[in-house]
Design a protein around this ligand. Structure first.
Ligand code: IMP
Ligand code: MG
Length: 184
């Protein structure tokens, strides 16, 4: 697995420090609110697990799964709910937890669907942001790191369902994509 990594973009230590900071900020902002953290599977589970433990006020959690990318690195533009929430959103202050904001199409769709269920508020926390790639006008409320337009893996992020368990965020060697030319 490590042999496929070209470079480490964000180390384990940098991730821990940033996620702790984000948790402190969210703790301050949601002190008098009714926080429900919603993780968008599967990429955000590692971030979610660390972020929720750095939040010092009661926080409910739930999970949603959408399909947007198929199995490769290229966006299809199609978003579909594969697993919906278990809890009702009325009276909740919803915080959508994402691994990475790329074109923004997934999040725009989710925000639209979830708004129609009338939560008290909706905000977005994303670990990574690729602002150059944005195709719709959507801005996250909490961002860990803005990164250049490069495909990254690790800390929950995958390429063809691999590399999610790496403890850092890294870039893949080009020959890894070359094995799947249809993806890039
Ligand atoms: P968007 O709808 O284009 O913003 O897509 C966001 C989703 O695409 C993320 O939640 C990831 O699952 C996936 N994605 C986008 N860029 C990357 C990347 O660099 N590495 C891994 N997954 C990515
Ligand atoms: Mg994702």
């Amino acid at each position: 697995m490590l042999k496929d990594i070209k470079s480490i973009l964000i180390t384990r230590e940098q991730l821990a420090e940033k996620v702790a900071e984000m948790g402190e900020q969210i703790t301050r902002d949601y002190r008098d609110k009714n926080l429900l953290m919603v993780s968008v599977l599967k990429g955000s589970v590692v971030f979610m697990a660390d972020l929720m433990r750095s939040i010092g006020i009661p926080a409910g959690i739930d999970f949603m799964a959408v399909s947007s990318y198929g199995s490769g690195a290229k966006t299809s533009g199609v978003v579909k709910i594969v697993k919906d929430l278990d809890v009702k959103l009325e009276d909740r202050d919803l915080l959508l937890v994402e691994d990475i904001l790329d074109s923004g199409m997934t999040l725009e769709y989710l925000k639209r669907v979830l708004s129609s269920r009338t939560p008290k508020s909706i905000r977005v926390a994303t670990l990574l942001d690729k602002p150059e790639r944005r195709r719709v006008d959507i801005r996250p409320d909490y961002v860990g790191f803005a990164i250049p337009d490069e495909f990254v893996v690790g800390y929950g992020l995958d390429y063809n369902e691999k590399y999610r368990n790496l403890p850092f965020v890294g870039a893949l060697k080009p020959e890894v994509y070359a094995e799947n030319p249809a993806d890039k």
